[in-house]
Design a protein around this ligand. Structure first.
Ligand code: MD3
Ligand code: FE
Length: 203
C-alpha cells in the first residue's frame, strides 16, 4: 500500500515499524542533551510544533531568520550525534524510493501535541536540492498537506500514521507542504503526541 505522491515523492507505509524501539530510545538521548523547544519565526510567531535536532547540522529559527547551525543555541553545545539507526533507516528508505547513497547530515525532530500544526511552506534552507528529504512519522496520525510549486496550487491531503516514511526528491523537492492541526487520538505507545523526524542533506 505504498503510495506515489508525485514524480519523485513516495509514501512507504510502515517502513519504520521495525525500528520503532530503537527510535524511541534514541529520542530520549537526544532530548536529554537538546530538549524540545518552541522556536520563534522571523515574523514573531512562536511555532506550535516543538523541535530539536541531531546530526552535524540542526535547523533553527529566531527573529533574525532560519538557518542551520552546528551548535544548539539553547545549550551552546553541538547538536547530539545522529544515532546509527537513524542514518541507516533514512538511507534505506531513500534507496527504497529510488535515491541511492543518501547520507543525511541533519535530522530535525518535530514534536506535535493536539492542536499543533505546520502552515504551508517550502524547505529552501538547504544547500543542495539534489538530495532527497526523508520523513519518519511516529505516534498520533496526522494529515499531511502536499501542494504544488506555487502557494495557491491545489493541495492533496495525505494521512500519515505511526511508522510511515515519506521520501521527497528532485521534481517534488520544492513543493509547498504542511500539516493540519493535530486531533487528539492518543497512540498506544506515544500517547497524545506525534514525533516526526526529517532527514536532510543540509550542508
Ligand atoms: C514535501 N515537517 O519540518 S516532513 C518540516 O511532519 C516539515 O513535521 C513536516 O515540513 C512534519 O519542514 C513534514 C516532510 C517533508 C519535508 C520536506 C518536504 C515534506 C516535504 C519538501 C518538499 C515536499
Ligand atoms: Fe517542511
Amino acid at each position: 500500500q505504498n503510495q506515489r505522491l508525485g514524480a519523485a515523492a513516495m509514501v512507504l507505509r510502515g517502513f519504520a515499524l521495525p525500528h520503532v524501539p530503537d527510535l524511541m530510545l534514541a529520542i530520549v538521548g537526544i532530548e536529554t542533551a537538546s530538549p524540545f523547544r518552541h522556536m520563534v519565526m522571523p515574523g514573531g510567531f512562536t511555532m506550535s510544533v516543538a523541535l530539536t535536532n541531531c546530526g552535524a547540522l540542526g535547523w533553527t529559527t529566531d527573529r533574525r531568520g532560519y538557518r542551520y547551525t552546528t551548535v544548539d543555541p539553547d545549550t551552546g553545545e553541538p547538536w547530539p550525534v545522529m544515532p546509527e539507526v537513524f542514518a541507516r533507516l533514512a538511507s534505506g528508505a531513500a534507496e527504497a524510493a529510488g535515491f541511492d547513497g543518501f547520507e543525511p547530515d541533519a535530522c530535525l525532530v518535530n514534536r506535535y501535541l493536539p492542536g499543533s500544526r505546520l502552515s504551508l511552506h517550502q524547505d529552501k534552507n538547504e544547500r543542495d536540492y539534489e538530495a532527497p528529504i526523508v520523513s519518519v512519522s511516529l505516534g498520533m496520525p496526522a494529515t499531511f498537506l502536499f501542494g504544488g510549486h506555487a502557494r495557491t496550487d491545489p493541495i492533496v491531503k495525505v494521512p500519515l500514521h505511526h511508522g510511515d516514511v515519506v521520501v521527497w526528491g528532485s521534481a517534488d523537492r520544492l513543493r509547498y507542504h504542511g500539516v493540519m492541526p493535530l486531533r487528539d487520538e492518543p497512540h498506544t505507545l506515544l500517547g497524545s503526541q506525534r514525533i516526526n523526524f526529517t532527514f536532510r542533506k543540509a550542508g
